[in-house]
Design a protein. Structure first.
Length: 275
């Protein structure tokens, strides 16, 4: 909550200085350059400073989401997505350079593997989120279905009940011939009942409705398993500070592999993380 309040206040301050969402995306890229520069220093101080810059990048995202200046059109969304990918590649570059300066072998190979795993993860999740193509029904089938539906309306459903076959008069007072049936409006069915006296069945509750109410932990787990960019930055911050940059690349590869596996097993988990 405190982070949201600070981000909202910062967003209002920047809006008064005519900073838009696109401008915040560019600022986040510049902050990621600072993180990459510090990650080239192969020690704890470099890892801590680079991690602080990564936190600043995520804070820029939080501020951008709370800004009202500028339209959130398709161009802005595309620019934000491209710059989001660019800043992550910059951080990977800083990690690889830091590993090379530290004398670690195969740093560029691990970096390339992390980029390939990230590309596969993004491609699969984007394909899962794409809506299916709408089907256009045939005009003949649609017309036949309408005619069949109209023909299936029973007289009782229309509120008409038959009169006795003999005796009686029609609506205008004229005598009706024997054997002739006239229709008159019947009693209106009560609310909650269908014609015929049977009570109207209530819509059944969705099987997953109760589960959705008590599954915040499941939603959080799905978001973590989707391995979005904030989780990737957190993994980089921890591994680059405590261990070698190669451990960061291995963690990224494993996390993307888990995200791909989860998206294939549980398609609903693909909506947990978009970046």
């Amino acid at each position: 909550m405190a982070n949201g309040t600070v981000a909202r206040s910062t967003a209002r301050l920047l809006e008064r200085r005519h900073v838009t969402r696109a401008g915040m995306s560019r600022i986040a890229v510049m902050v990621s350059v600072g993180a990459a520069v510090w990650f080239t220093r192969p020690d704890t101080v470099g890892g801590l400073a680079g991690s602080a810059f990564l936190v600043a990048v995520l804070f820029c995202d939080s501020v951008r989401e709370r800004m009202r200046a500028g339209r959130y059109d398709a161009l802005t969304l595309w620019l934000s997505a491209m710059l989001s990918q660019l800043r992550e590649y910059i951080v990977y570059l800083g990690l690889a350079v830091g590993a090379v300066l530290a004398g670690a072998g195969g740093a560029w190979g691990w970096a390339a593997g992390a980029l390939v795993a990230l590309a596969l993860r993004d491609a699969l999740l984007v394909a899962r989120e794409a809506p299916p193509a709408p089907s256009v029904p045939s005009r003949r089938v649609r017309g036949a279905g309408t005619a069949a539906g109209e023909a299936a309306v029973a007289p009782a459903a229309a509120g008409l009940v038959p009169r006795p076959a003999t005796g009686g008069h029609d609506r205008d007072g004229a005598a009706a011939p024997s054997g002739h049936r006239t229709a008159r409006p019947g009693p209106r069915p009560a609310s909650g009942a269908v014609p015929g006296g049977a009570p109207r069945p209530r819509p059944a509750a969705s099987p997953g409705q109760g589960a959705r109410r008590r599954a915040p932990a499941a939603d959080l787990a799905r978001r973590l398993l989707a391995f979005p960019q904030p989780v990737r930055f957190l993994a980089i911050a921890v591994t680059a500070t405590l261990w070698d940059p190669r451990i960061s690349f291995v963690t990224l590869i494993v996390g993307c592999a888990i995200a791909i596996t989860t998206a294939l097993v549980d398609p609903a988990a693909a909506h947990g993380g978009r970046r």
